[in-house]
Design a protein around this ligand. Structure first.
Ligand SMILES: NC(=O)c1ccc[n+]([C@@H]2O[C@H](COP(=O)([O-])OP(=O)(O)OC[C@H]3O[C@@H](n4cnc5c(N)ncnc54)[C@H](OP(=O)(O)O)[C@@H]3O)[C@@H](O)[C@H]2O)c1
Length: 288
């Protein structure tokens, strides 16, 4: 069993950390808001005052935090950052969804200090994290992945080596924007069908029988029909991923008019006060 530091006890981090603890690993946890470590401490984890201190105790260090700014703080903060606490040979893993620019910069900084590093964002939300059924996109070298594969299997049902840190983050942002576009379109057509007098339940039951509705969208349709917008993948994080995808496209001079248009719809949802709601809550812009 391995000494693992887990940095970030948010909705996803706490669930993944629980899986690692259940598998028998020694868990060293840190969170910006310390109280969020308490449930893990009650299950046997040790909490630390800084990412650096947690990293010093570990052979594998995992971060899962909100965004680039948070990731930069967690790894590189001069006083408290985890990178300064990494033991020789310790493996650093970044699970957050980040920009390509920052994930590459982090990979380069780790390489410059000879720390093995993987950018390994996850597909799936809170239920998949709880069930150990995430899909993980791993960017980094094969030997490093081999060394941590058994740890990743505690929370991920499928592990895809996808190249380097750029490839794993590009794929992650592409998948999330593709999903977000479909969810926004579903909200829109649901509102349209409602205008014809069809109930949301009937509309979704029709749409969910059609080959044009993906498996992921069927689950979202059921939530929309029940007006269940309790957060799983909150709109604030969806909008962040669209922003990162748009920046990524701009850096490559790629034409992404649909991403730009749909990002504005998620921004409209934020302005309407739905930012903390699940992605399915985009329907509130359209349905009664
Ligand atoms: N939710 C999903 O379905 C899902 C699925 C796949 C990937 N992701 C990605 O996974 C990451 C975490 O998502 P989540 O749903 O767990 O988010 P969350 O519940 O909002 O948790 C965010 C975490 O980031 C920390 N944080 C925020 N700003 C920080 C800063 N400046 N410095 C240090 N820590 C900071 C928070 O600490 P505090 O507790 O102190 O606020 C918290 O631990 C994101 O990158 C997200 O895009 C999410």
């Amino acid at each position: 069993m391995t000494d693992i530091a887990f940095l970030g006890m948010g909705a996803m981090g706490a669930r993944i950390a629980t899986q690692l603890l259940s598998a028998g690993h020694s868990l060293h946890v840190w969170n910006r808001t310390p109280a969020r470590c308490q449930p893990l401490v009650e299950q046997g984890a040790t909490a630390y005052d800084s990412p650096k201190q947690a990293a010093e105790a570990a052979e594998v260090v995992i971060a899962m935090v909100a965004n680039d700014e948070a990731s930069r703080q967690v790894w590189l903060n001069g006083e408290t950052g985890a990178m300064a606490g990494l033991q020789q040979g310790a493996i650093a893993l970044e699970y957050s969804t980040l920009t390509l620019g920052w994930s590459c910069e982090l990979a380069r900084k780790m390489a410059a200090h000879s720390h093995p590093f993987l950018a390994a964002p996850v597909i799936g939300s809170r239920p998949q994290a709880e069930a150990g059924q995430l899909i993980q996109l791993v960017g980094g070298d094969a030997a490093t992945l081999d060394a941590v594969q058994s740890i990743l299997k505690n929370h991920s049902a499928v592990i895809h080596p996808v190249g380097d840190a750029t490839a794993s983050m590009a794929l992650k942002l592409a998948i999330n924007t593709l999903f977000g576009i479909q969810v926004a379109a579903l909200g829109e057509v649901l509102g349209l069908l409602q205008k014809t007098g069809m109930s949301s339940e009937i509309a979704i039951s029709w749409l969910n029988q059609m080959p044009t509705t993906s498996a992921a969208l069927k689950g979202i349709g059921a939530l929309m029909a029940n007006q269940n917008y309790a957060p799983l993948f909150p709109i604030n994080l969806v909008e962040k991923d669209f922003r990162y995808a748009q920046e990524f496209a701009q850096s490559l001079e790629a034409n992404v008019p649909v991403v730009e248009a749909v990002r504005q719809i998620y921004q409209q949802a934020q302005k309407s006060g739905y930012g903390a709601d699940n992605i399915a809550g985009i329907a509130q812009l359209y349905v009664r």
